[in-house]
Design a protein around this ligand. Structure first.
Ligand SMILES: [Mg+2]
Length: 388
């Protein structure tokens, strides 16, 4: 019988590819309107890092991360660039892009817990290997289980409840039915927002709230108790990143399911949440959790623990959006309607790819092209490039 690889010399050649260089592309991407969560001042832009891994076959793969700079992320762009250029690139040169597990193991041994930086490398390697083989990443992850995935919309903080409802109405007209309302500064306004949305939409929408780790335990307990009658599907990270015991106490005290986001970075932090039954929902993000390779570990752990999985992202361009779409495609178990596409749903005013990913009727279609299924647009990318 013919050997499949040797019968296709191009594929056999590609299988021997070696990494030749690692390119960092720091970007500053404008928000459509300044992005306000409970932590920190509103921001007009997000600092994004693309990493391109080149190989000797003339093909490159790309991955995305962000310097988020809120609870759970002390990253800044110059640090991410230095981590990749000074510490990671020498460990990648000359190696096979297919050695993803071994490479990430070495990166972690060199720069412990550098998940934000590793995310862009790992996902670039998945993109590159998919392109070398001519298959989408979901085929590398176990094959396709779904064609599209429903996504949720983020409702940012607004001074008046009418503005919150108007923003939700605009998403509703575009087919969104799952909403994550940002809360955590003013409990009176937070409760008014939840009441207003539930009254306006009735049971036509799924409503979640996200305090981004900003509330005291007492404030969170009081507010969530008052929100219990409004059928809240999950309350995301009500208390600080370090207060896993507080999340556990809230989980026992209120009927609203508690979601851990900032509190979960590594598999060890998720295990801590699981052991203490601190949350019944977990949110993953490409940058926060280290990209596809590490996130799939978290999904397996969460699934085994009976937790619901909420695929998220910091506001991302189509690159990290595609990473989550590829993982979701290859995931056979249920997934929640997460906010991983918040950037491409309207939060970000620009993208860096040809034919950007866009939700249609509140759903993201799984990209079918090789690798992550996206192609960088060099002109768009250079117009957003930041000189560090
Ligand atoms: Mg969150």
């Amino acid at each position: 019988m013919d050997d499949i690889l040797t019968s296709d010399s191009a594929a056999a050649l590609r299988r021997t590819a070696k990494i030749t260089s690692v390119e960092t592309i720091p970007l500053e991407i404008p928000f459509t309107t300044p992005f306000k969560i409970s932590q920190g001042a509103p921001r007009a832009t997000i600092e994004t890092l693309l990493v391109r891994v080149h190989c000797d076959q003339g093909i490159a793969g790309v991955g995305e991360t962000q310097a988020w700079r809120r609870q759970g992320s002390a990253e800044i762009l110059p640090n991410l660039v230095t981590a990749v250029e000074k510490y990671f690139e020498p460990l990648l040169i000359g190696r096979s892009p297919f050695d993803i597990a071994a490479i990430l193991h070495d990166l972690n041994a060199t720069l412990y817990n550098s998940l934000y930086a590793q995310a862009a490398i790992g996902d670039a390697l998945y993109d590159l290997t998919g392109k070398l083989l001519g298959v989408p990443v979901h085929d590398l992850l176990g094959g396709k289980c779904r064609d599209r995935i429903r996504v949720g919309a983020v409702l940012s903080m607004k001074p008046a409840v009418e503005e919150v409802i108007a923003e939700a109405e605009a998403f509703h007209e575009r087919g969104f039915r799952h909403f994550g309302l940002k809360i955590g500064i003013d409990p009176v306004a937070d409760l008014r927002g939840v009441e207003g949305l539930r009254k306006h939409f009735g049971d036509d929408i799924v409503l979640r709230v996200d305090a981004n780790a900003s509330m005291s335990f007492d404030a969170a307990l009081q507010l969530l108790k008052k929100m219990e009658p409004y059928d809240i599907d999950a309350a995301e990270q009500p208390v600080a990143i370090w207060d896993v015991e507080g999340l556990a106490a809230l989980s026992r005290a209120v009927s609203i399911p508690i979601m851990a986001d900032e509190s979960v970075s590594t598999d060890h932090s998720l295990l801590d949440v699981i052991r203490r039954r601190a949350a019944s929902v977990v949110q993953t993000k490409v940058a926060k959790n280290g990209g596809i390779y590490y996130i799939r570990k978290l999904w397996h752990l969460a699934g085994a623990a009976g937790m619901r999985i909420y695929p998220g992202n910091h506001p991302s361009v189509s690159v990290a959006t595609a990473s989550v779409a590829q993982m979701a495609a290859a995931w056979p178990e249920p997934l929640m309607e997460g906010v991983f596409a918040v950037g491409v749903s309207g939060a970000l005013a620009a993208d860096v790819v040809q034919d950007p990913i866009r939700p249609e009727n509140g759903e993201i279609r799984i990209p079918e092209g090789p690798g992550l299924g996206i192609m960088l647009d060099e002109d768009r990318m250079s117009s957003l490039r930041l000189d560090l």
